[in-house]
Each structure stands twice: as structure tokens, then as C-alpha cells.
Design a protein around this ligand. Structure first.
Ligand code: GLC
Length: 420
């Protein structure tokens, strides 16, 4: 039985995969209310009541340059910014299409223009989120004629983004899940994007009910909303697709002022690693405040993630998955002529009177390394790692020491140098 070949990624898709880690920003009029981005829907606010929020949307603390610096400090390599969400308010100048946009609001400026400029200044790739669900158009339930008029409006809107903001790293759509049987005229939309932005990634979120599902041939990545991604079997696929998992820092995409259920820095580090285990990107969301500032806790978590990435030699970006058998959540990546063992759940070494967590250290077997190993070291401190292996390298055992008292990296990475 012939094995179907796995397609090679297009250059833009291979580049996207090497980005590895992205920052997602959900910000708009809903942020003024501090109850998530669906507040208009859940409070059943009328369009006229909701649109009055634009009079208070001043963006006083929206400092795109500071946000881009924070994203770079976090180790993110791309940023996805909500240019228009389901409420229909555009953070960009819709150039006559609608006056429900930031230049017509109290902010009085094109916030997307500031965002893309700031990303480029920090060497980050700007991605633009654009909704395809619009409550002002009743797009999920309107009749066919109205829906086709709506799609013309979406096309014209996205074309403004594709023609007026320089080179865009990607368009990130969200909302097709709201009208499942519809003809979304994706051929037209994606052909227009390819015409103006031939190297942009095109991503269309399949939502929590269809994680990892493939779709239109022009799409470049599958999406895993709010759950860890699973490795696809790309054998026989007509096109290599990347994978991307997006998740909130607490339970809300748009800022939720009463949501205290935040992820810890440790969870963020573990989820980043879990995505990279299968070569998927990790897109972590922050909801800026009403005035446009990144909240303190989220900023701190982002900085800690960046410190972890720095300490582990940035292997998180370029190393690729390697099929091996490891214990628990551990896994191996390969790159630069070496293998990288990711060890979860190690504990601190130290006096029993002071170390609170036991277990987790000791011997960890790896099956299936392609080559024998001649040396191993922990990337964070260069400490030599002891190991044993079978003559044919089929079995390798790494002696996983815990952390020196005073440190705990959550996930520790060992570089395994193969024999020549
Ligand atoms: C879901 C939510 C939407 C959010 C998106 C982020 O589609 O409905 O509000 O922007 O997830 O992926």
C-alpha cells in the first residue's frame, strides 16, 4: 500500500510556523463596559443604544508602540488585532463605508494604522482580525439578498485593509460558524486578498465546535480555539496547513473586569510548549482596558513568558516536531543538528523542610531517537545532563535532575547532541 506524501509548506506558511508565538488583542467599544466582547448580545442592547458608546471611546491610553514593545519582550513574533468585531465597530478608517468607526468616534483616529506601524517598528508581523458575524447587519439570520449585500460590505471593508496599511502578515477571520449552510463567497474574498497581499496568511477561525477542521483551499492554517491542538495527519493533503491554537488569559477575549480566573505563567509556558510539540502556533489573548492599556497582570505574564523563552534558547521558534516515545507530557523537537528534550513536572532539589514539591525527577526514557547521543546539557544553565542509551539508540534514558533551589522553569529543555 503506497503511503500518501506529506505536502511541503508554502514559504508564507513555513514562515508563520516559525513565528511560533503570537499576541491576540481584543479591543473595541465593548471594552468600555468591561464584560467581554459579546456584551451587546448578552445584555440585548439595541444597535442605537450600543453605538452611543462611540461617544466615550477615547483610546486615551492606547499606545500601540508600547504594546508592540511588550509583545516583543514577551517573545511574540506576530500580533493579531481586532479591526472589527461582531458589534460592527471598525478600529480603522472605513473611508466612507460607514461612520461607525474609530475616526468618527471620540478617539478620532485610525487605530489600525497606529497598530501596524508599531508592529513594524518592533519587527513584528501585523495580523488583522476581521469579523464575518455582524450584529448591525443581523448577518447570522438576515435573508439571502441582505446576506449577499453584507458580503459585499465585508469584501469592501477587507479590501480597505488590504490596500491602505502596507504589507500585512495575515487576515484572521472569525464568524463563518454563525451561518453554517451559507455560501460565504470565500473564492471572491480570498482572491481579492491574494491580489493585494499575496504573502499574507489567510486564517478563518472554525470555532470551538470544529477545532482543527480544514476548509477552503486558500486557507493557510487550521485553528484550535480554547483548547490544545492535536497533530494532524497531513499525508495526502493537497496543501500543507499550519496549525494555531488561540486562548484567553482568563475566560474573556474582550476585557472582563470581574473575571479573576486568570491562567498562571506556568500554564502559559506549558501551553506554549504543548503547541510547539506538534509545530502549532500559540496565540495568547489580552483584552486591553477601556482606555486601551494592557492590564498589569497580563503584562506581567507576557514578560515572564518572554523571560522563559530567552532562558530556553529560543528553541521554541525554529525546532520542529520529532516522532518519539516519551513519558507523560515530555516530547522531543529537532533542529540545528540537535534534539531538544522538553521535561515537564520536574521538582526542585533541596532540603525536605523547604521544598514543597517532591517527585518528578529521575530517569526518563525516550524511544525512537534517530541517532546516538554524544553529549547532553540543560539549556537554561549549561549543566551537563547524564544519560544512557542502547547501542542502536532505540532506547535513550535521560537523567532529569530537578531544579536547583531558587529556580523552577516549569518546563526544562535539554539539548541532546548526536554523534557525528
Ligand atoms: C469566538 C468568539 C469571538 C472571539 C473569537 C476569538 O469566535 O465568538 O468573540 O473573537 O472566538 O477566536
Amino acid at each position: 500500500m503506497s503511503i500518501s506524501p506529506v505536502p511541503q509548506p508554502l514559504p508564507r506558511i513555513a514562515r508563520f510556523e516559525r513565528y511560533g508565538f503570537g499576541l491576540f488583542l481584543h479591543w473595541g467599544l465593548y471594552s468600555l463596559l468591561g464584560q467581554g466582547e459579546w456584551v451587546q448580545h448578552f445584555r440585548q442592547m439595541s444597535v442605537s443604544e450600543y453605538e452611543r458608546l462611540a461617544e466615550d471611546f477615547r483610546a486615551k491610553e492606547f499606545d500601540a508602540a508600547a504594546i508592540a514593545r511588550l509583545a516583543r519582550e514577551a517573545g511574540a513574533r506576530y500580533v493579531v488585532f481586532t479591526t472589527r468585531h461582531h458589534d460592527g465597530f471598525s478600529l480603522y478608517d472605513t473611508r466612507g463605508l460607514s461612520d461607525f468607526d474609530a475616526p468618527h468616534s471620540a478617539a478620532g483616529r485610525d487605530l489600525v494604522a497606529e497598530f501596524v506601524e508599531a508592529c513594524r517598528s518592533e519587527g513584528l508581523s501585523p495580523f488583522l482580525y476581521h469579523t464575518t458575524l455582524d450584529w448591525r447587519w443581523n448577518s447570522a439570520d438576515c435573508d439571502e439578498r441582505q446576506f449577499n449585500d453584507y458580503l459585499d460590505y465585508v469584501n469592501a471593508s477587507v479590501e480597505i485593509l488590504c490596500r491602505n496599511y502596507g504589507e500585512i502578515g495575515g487576515l484572521w477571520f472569525d464568524g463563518n460558524w454563525s451561518r453554517k449552510q451559507a455560501d460565504w463567497q470565500e473564492d471572491r474574498l480570498y482572491a481579492m486578498i491574494r491580489k493585494h497581499q499575496p504573502e499574507a496568511m489567510i486564517i478563518n477561525n472554525t470555532g470551538m465546535g470544529a477545532r482543527g477542521r480544514t476548509g477552503h483551499p486558500e486557507l493557510d492554517s487550521t485553528t484550535f480555539e480554547q483548547d490544545l491542538p492535536v497533530a494532524p495527519n497531513r499525508a495526502g493533503w493537497p496543501k500543507y496547513l499550519a496549525g494555531e491554537m488561540c486562548e484567553t488569559m482568563n475566560g474573556h477575549w474582550g476585557v472582563g473586569n470581574e473575571d479573576f480566573r486568570f491562567k498562571s505563567p506556568a500554564e502559559v509556558i506549558e501551553h506554549l510548549c504543548a503547541c510547539r510539540r506538534i509545530g502549532a502556533n500559540y496565540l495568547l489573548n489580552v483584552g486591553p482596558t477601556a482606555s486601551g492599556r494592557i492590564p498589569d497582570y497580563e503584562a506581567a505574564v507576557l514578560r515572564l513568558a518572554g523571560q522563559w523563552i530567552q532562558r530556553t534558547g529560543r528553541v521554541i521558534y525554529d525546532a520542529r516536531p520529532l516522532e518519539t516515545g516519551c513519558v507523560g507530557r515530555d516530547f522531543v523537537l529537532q533542529g540545528d543538528g540537535a534534539y531538544y528534550y522538553f521535561a515537564f513536572d520536574l521538582s526542585r532539589r533541596g532540603d525536605a523542610h523547604v521544598v514543597t514539591r517532591g517527585g518528578g525527577n529521575g530517569l526518563r526514557p525516550v524511544e525512537g531517537l534517530p541517532r546516538r547521543i554524544r553529549a547532553a546539557r540543560w539549556i537554561d544553565n549549561g549543566e551537563t545532563a547524564r544519560f544512557a542509551q542502547s547501542p542502536d539508540a532505540a532506547l535513550f534514558v535521560l537523567h532529569c535532575l530537578g531544579y536547583d533551589y531558587g529556580s523552577d522553569l516549569v518546563v526544562r529543555v535539554a539539548e541532546l547532541i548526536p554523534e557525528d
